[in-house]
Design a protein around this ligand. Structure first.
Ligand code: ZN
Length: 133
């Protein structure tokens, strides 16, 4: 894995949390994007080399609504940038890590992504991401 690409934080309302994180990080939100397939609105901040992604649910059965219902707002996932997402998925799957999607899917911020089930990663939801070319 190349580096931590971003940290995903589940929030109830972007309208409240974007201004909060703009103050906290002292940097403007540079992009918002809806990922309809995941039922989320996202907002991105750049902090040095890594990003912070805020995630808000757009529907009741969004994974973000479920997460907030169970755990409340907070850190949702850690995303690692990889050079070759398919090779990395194969490598991790062979080691026994459970992939939540069998093929890379389109994520926010022009990325191909794959999530690893937290039950095989000490409770941490891990996202692999690779820049879409
Ligand atoms: Zn993410």
């Amino acid at each position: 894995m190349l580096k931590i690409e971003h940290l995903g934080i589940a929030v109830k309302e972007l309208a409240v949390s974007v201004p909060l994180f703009e103050q906290l990080l002292n940097t403007p939100c540079y992009k918002t994007e809806t990922v309809a397939s995941e039922g989320v609105n996202t907002a991105f901040f750049l902090t040095g080399d890594a990003k912070v992604e805020l995630l808000e649910a757009t529907k009741e059965d969004s994974p973000i609504s479920k997460f907030i219902g169970k755990k409340g707002e907070g850190i949702h996932h850690i995303a690692f940038e990889v050079e070759n997402i398919e090779a990395e998925m194969k490598r991790l799957s062979a080691l026994g890590f459970e992939l939540l999607n069998e093929t890379p899917k389109n994520g926010a911020d022009n990325k191909l992504v794959c999530f690893l089930h937290p039950k095989t990663t000490n409770g941490v939801l891990i996202e692999l991401c690779q820049e879409r070319k």
